[in-house]
Design a binder for this molecule. Structure first.
Ligand code: NAP
Length: 250
């Protein structure tokens, strides 16, 4: 299969887009290191992957912890002998509200989960990818902060836009080592992050040209593309898969 003997770290694998991506990568033959805080959800996903003859190991932890990023890389090396890429996807919106009302603790938490985690990930993933002769890193960013300013989401927008800047620098720094780095910008996607309020979903659907939200599996397909050799000349990009959210005005 396409990704036979390739090894990828997927964070945010306990639900939503990360879980869908892990399932898809494993179905393509890849070995997966599953990361997130919720051990039970990771165990369940690993079981599902192994029942389909895929290979996955779980390592639970908090992406705000630099040593967790190192542990995930060491896990890939110890369990599967190296690393071919990573989908650094864990994220949170945090508490939403206007900036004058936003607590500094919330600001720092949202930046840490969404952005500092990406720095820690890259810091430890890149040396192992260099040993491997190259690889692909994908960060989950968002249309929020890139093409759309949504009220109440200043910290999230800043973090997700920051990931795009970091993506560009990492791509420039490590392109000569055959390491590609891209940001994936999903539109509204039906996950826990989007909540379960039908009224809210209806409003969000209306923001998109396609007049619907994405299924996690649709975003996972774009992650698969960016992580695979099919995207061999794509690096430093902010790849929008947003159902036309960014271009829609009516
Ligand atoms: N859904 C959307 O509409 C949408 C749109 C654009 C971008 N995104 C981005 O897509 C990514 C995936 O989100 P999702 O929509 O799939 O939502 P989700 O189902 O809520 O998934 C979020 C994932 O991040 C993990 N996570 C959160 N905080 C963490 C922490 N401190 N340490 C480790 N893992 C942590 C969660 O796992 P644990 O709780 O088990 O730790 C979970 O697996 C996020 O980066 C999000 O910002 C989502």
């Amino acid at each position: 299969m396409e990704l036979n003997d390739k090894t990828f770290i997927v964070t945010g694998a306990s639900s939503g887009i990360g879980a869908a991506a892990a399932l898809l990568l494993a179905a393509k033959g890849a070995n997966i290191v599953l990361g997130a805080r919720r051990q039970a959800e990771l165990d369940q996903l690993a079981g599902q992957i192994s029942q389909s003859n895929g290979k996955a190991v779980c390592l639970s932890g908090d992406v705000r912890d630099e040593m967790y990023a190192l542990a995930l890389v060491n896990c890939a090396k110890d369990e599967f002998g190296g690393l071919d890429g990573a989908f650094n996807n864990a994220g949170t919106t945090g508490e939403m509200g206007p900036v004058p009302d936003m607590q500094s603790d919330n600001w720092h938490n949202v930046i840490d989960v969404n952005l500092s985690s990406g720095f820690y990930a890259a810091k430890y993933q890149i040396p192992l990818l260099c040993e491997n002769g190259g690889g692909s890193i994908v960060f989950t960013s968002s249309f929020v902060g890139h093409t759309v300013g949504l009220p109440g989401m200043a910290a999230y927008a800043a973090a997700k836009a920051g990931l795009i800047g970091m993506t560009q620098v990492l791509a420039a720094e490590h392109g000569a080592e055959n390491i590609r780095v891209n940001a994936l910008l999903p539109g509204g996607t039906m996950t826990a992050m989007a909540g379960d309020d039908p009224g809210f979903h209806e409003v969000v659907c209306g923001l998109h040209a396609l007049k619907r939200m994405a299924e996690p599996s649709e975003i996972a397909q774009v992650a698969l593309f960016l992580l695979s050799e099919n995207a061999s000349f794509a690096t430093g990009s902010a790849i929008v898969a947003d159902g036309g959210n960014s271009i829609n005005k009516f």
